[in-house]
Design a protein around this ligand. Sequence first.
Ligand SMILES: *Cc1c(COP(=O)(O)O)cnc(C)c1O
Length: 417
Amino acid sequence: MKFLLRDDPEMAKLVKQEEVRIDSTLNLIAAENHSPRSIMEIMGSIFNTKTIEGYPGNRHHAGCKHVDTVENLAIERAKAVFGAEFVNVQPHSGTSANLAVYFSVLDVGDRILSMSLPHGGHLSHGHRASATSRCFNFKHYALDPSTERIDYEMVRKMALRFQPKMIVTGASSYPRLIDYKKMSEIAKEISAYLLADIAHLAGLVAGKAIPSPVPHCDFVTFTCYKTLMGGRGGMILAKEEFAKKINKSVFPGTQGTSAVNLIAAKAVIMKLASDPKFIEIQKQTLENAAYMASCLVEKGYRVVTGGTDNHQVVVDLSNKGITGAQAEQCLEDCGIVLNRNVVPADAKQPGKTSGIRIGTGALSARYMGKEQMSTIVEWMNQLINNPENPEIQDAVKAGVNDLCTRFPVYANGHDIF
Ligand SMILES: *Cc1c(COP(=O)(O)O)cnc(C)c1O
């Protein structure tokens, strides 16, 4: 980064510090992952400077010869990875992708049924703080209080009563697989469109570690920086019949020029998605999460739904005398980075919460396995039970440091791929 060092030494220093932080801490944030270096290279490449509007072969500016190839590559590779009929790679984020899907086939005021945020849904699924709730008429389904899982019969009953034009399935915090076939049967019964938002799961789906929603849904959206491992920004997969509507809804409907560097990064990660290392990381992510959940249960933790089928474990700390926020802080102080999280029907404020959410994507990208998972759970358990014990804190810090050195992310020229 020699030019950054010359132009803005303060920022160059922050880059260095962040590099050190990433390498010397354990990342258990379910919504993050480590990216291969090639992703960082392409995002910082010359493709930052091109302005594009429109689509390959039909642009509003000249000079698009190479960026047209870039966008077509991203589209073709994504179609192959996900078995999708149609792909739009321009959304700036998962939220923009959802907005574009809503506006592609719905009118302002139309009804949408989605999962409620406190039960694991996402802001862009019609939460009152999101502009989506001002444009459309949302109703939210909750989880079954006894199983903490989706009650498909209840979703069906709500759908029959509410008659939404679209059903959104997918969540930010839901450790179980979603039965997309059942969801599509409900949508068909009321002639509603079905959108699956797989922001968290895209890498697992691309790596064929879990079933794909693509055959069952009209639309599938996701963002690239979670289990998918890279780049920023979102994508929309759709049935061919919606191609024109989606393209118009993304540009000029809800976005202006798109970011060529991000589109190029999407192309690169779609190439890497068929690399045996990517597939191994996704498989390991799944195994590590299941194993971590079982280690936590063994130590007396209440794991939401009793376990996991994906990369997430949601832990209810109500019986541990510590809030999610306190746990987050005491773990971060010792190099274990994760986030506080509401548990279904949480009695505490969203800022405090009763739980924490664990994700195993980034640990698996460092090629950690079961042995490391059980060690990390042991450390977490010690800290949660003794949040203010300096000896325990020092011992965990030393252990984290050692583990991070043995499983580097970027240190000393290391790379994930
Ligand atoms: C993270 C997430 C998104 C948001 O993606 P952004 O790129 O941050 O806008 C959308 N939907 C779900 C379910 C998510 O978990």
